[in-house]
Design a protein around this ligand. Structure first.
Ligand SMILES: NC(=O)c1ccc[n+]([C@@H]2O[C@H](COP(=O)([O-])OP(=O)(O)OC[C@H]3O[C@@H](n4cnc5c(N)ncnc54)[C@H](O)[C@@H]3O)[C@@H](O)[C@H]2O)c1
Length: 368
C-alpha cells in the first residue's frame, strides 16, 4: 500500500547544526550504555567529561574519544568548547550542578528525575529562565519508537478519540545496576513509572485526577521503596490512562506492553527495552482502524531501540531550541507537569485517595 498515512513519522530529527560542544557531568551506567553509544552513532561533539570518580571518566573518554577529562566541575565549565552541559548523576546532586552551569552560561540537558521534590525542580526552571539558557530533561521515552509511532497514528486520526490507554510492565529489573537506589524511599514511580507518566503526557496532556497504589514485593530484600505500582490518570474527556508496574517478575511470563484504544480503532505494542534491560530489543507495533481500513490489522517493523536510540531525541530537541531560540520538547518547565503527577501519585498512595492534578500547586514554590 502506498498510502502516505502509512508512512510513520517516529524517528528523532537532528537539527541542522549538531556540533555543539557537549560536556558530560557524571559518566556512569546510563552514559556508557545509552547516551554515548547514541551520540557516537550520530557523530555528536562531546568535548569534555567529568565524574567524581575520575577513572570512570577516563574509561568513557578513552572508549568514546572525548578529548578533555576534567578534574572538577569548575574545570569543565571553564572550557569554552563546552556549550551544553549534560548531567547524569543521581538526582540529589543535580540542582547544585545546575546552579554552577547556568552561572557559567551553559545550556543544560538534565537527567530524569529532574529533582526529588517540586521545590528543587521549580528552582531549576527559574535558574534556567533567569539565566536565559535552555534547560531540557532527558525524558527520552517520548522518542521511544513505539510511543512516537503511536503518537503519529493518533495525530493522523487512525483510532479517533482515545478512551482507554495503558502501559503495563511486569519484568525482572536488574536492581544491582543502581546500588544508590536501595535506600530510596520513593523508588518505582520516581525513577521508573515517571517514563510512562511522561509518555502519557506527551500523548494526552495533563490529567485531572491521579490515583495510585504502591506495594512491595516479597522478593525485594533490603530495597526500601515501592517496587509494584498502579497509577490511574483520569482526563476531563473521559480518557482513563492506566500504568501498572511490577519489577520482581521472576517467571518466564514477563511483559512490557502499551495499548491505546480509540472510538475508531486500536494501537498496541511492546516496549522492547524492558525485555532484558538494558540490551532489550526493538519495539513492536500493531494497529487497526475502522475509519481508514476496516477489517485490516497493521504491523510495523520499527527501527531502533528505546536504549540507546531514543536518547538522541532530547539532545536533538535541545540543540534545535538553541538554534531557533525555541523551547525543547522536554523543557524543564514542561517537566514540572510530569513531576506534579509523580508527587500526586505519592500523595494518593499515602492518603488512600484520588488527587486532583491542580491540588499539586507549584505556584508558591518559585513565584513562577
Ligand atoms: N533516562 C533514563 O532512561 C535513565 C536510565 C537510568 C538512569 N537514569 C538517571 O541517570 C542518573 C545516573 O544514573 P546511572 O545509572 O548512570 O548511575 P551510576 O551510578 O551508574 O552513575 C552515576 C555517576 O555519577 C557520578 N557522580 C555522582 N555525583 C557526582 C557529582 N556531583 N559530580 C560528578 N559526578 C558525580 C558517579 O561517580 C557515577 O559515576 C540518575 O539520575 C538516574 O535516575 C536515567
Amino acid at each position: 500500500m502506498s498510502d502516505p498515512l502509512l508512512e510513520l513519522d517516529y524517528k528523532p530529527k537532528l537539527p541542522p547544526k549538531k556540533d555543539y560542544g557537549i560536556g558530560l557531568v557524571g559518566t556512569g551506567g546510563i552514559v556508557q550504555y545509552a547516551t554515548m553509544p547514541s551520540y557516537r552513532r550520530h557523530q555528536l561533539n562531546v568535548v569534555a567529561a567529568y565524574d567524581l570518580q575520575r577513572p570512570t571518566a577516563e574509561i568513557v573518554a578513552e572508549e568514546f574519544n572525548i578529548p578533555h577529562v576534567c578534574d572538577s566541575l569548575e574545570e569543565l565549565l571553564d572550557d569554552p568548547a563546552v556549550e551544553i552541559v549534560e548531567i547524569a548523576v543521581p538526582p540529589q546532586h543535580q540542582l547544585g550542578i545546575v546552579r554552577q552551569a547556568v552561572a557559567a552560561g551553559k545550556h543544560l540537558l538534565c537527567q530524569k528525575p529532574l529533582a526529588l521534590d517540586l521545590a528543587e525542580a521549580a528552582e531549576i526552571v527559574k535558574l534556567g529562565e533567569e539565566a536565559g539558557v535552555k534547560v531540557a530533561v532527558n525524558q527520552q521515552l517520548r522518542w521511544g519508537q513505539g510511543i512516537r509511532a503511536a503518537k503519529d497514528l493518533i495525530r493522523k486520526g487512525w483510532i479517533g478519540q482515545v478512551v482507554d490507554a495503558s502501559i503495563q510492565v511486569s519484568v525482572n529489573t536488574p536492581w544491582n545496576m543502581w546500588d544508590w537506589l536501595v535506600n530510596a524511599p520513593r523508588l518505582e514511580v520516581m525513577y521508573h513509572s515517571i517514563h510512562y507518566i511522561d509518555a502519557m503526557r506527551s500523548l494526552f496532556g495533563d490529567p485531572v485526577w491521579i490515583t495510585s497504589r504502591h506495594a512491595r514485593s516479597p522478593m525485594q530484600g533490603d530495597i526500601i521503596g515501592e517496587t509494584k505500582t498502579i497509577t490511574i490518570l483520569d482526563y476531563d474527556n473521559d480518557l482513563q490512562a492506566f500504568i501498572a508496574d511490577n519489577h520482581f517478575n521472576h517467571s518466564d511470563e514477563y511483559f512490557a506492553t502499551f495499548r491505546f484504544i480509540g472510538v475508531d480503532g486500536h494501537i498496541s505494542g511492546t516496549l522492547g527495552a524492558m525485555y532484558n534491560y538494558p540490551h532489550g530489543r526493538e519495539d513492536t507495533l500493531y494497529w487497526s482502524s475502522r475509519r481508514y481500513y476496516p477489517g485490516h490489522k497493521f504491523e510495523a517493523k520499527l527501527e531502533g531501540k528505546w536504549i540507546p536510540d531514543a536518547f538522541i531525541g532530547p539532545i536533538s530537541s535541545l540543540m534545535r531550541a538553541i538554534q531557533e531560540d525555541g523551547v525543547p520538547e522536554t523543557n524543564a518547565r514542561d517537566n514540572l507537569g510530569t513531576l506534579r503527577i509523580v508527587e500526586a501519585a505519592y500523595r494518593s498512595a499515602a492518603e488512600h485517595r484520588s488527587i486532583r492534578f491542580d491540588e499539586i500547586d507549584i505556584t508558591p514554590l518559585s513565584e513562577l
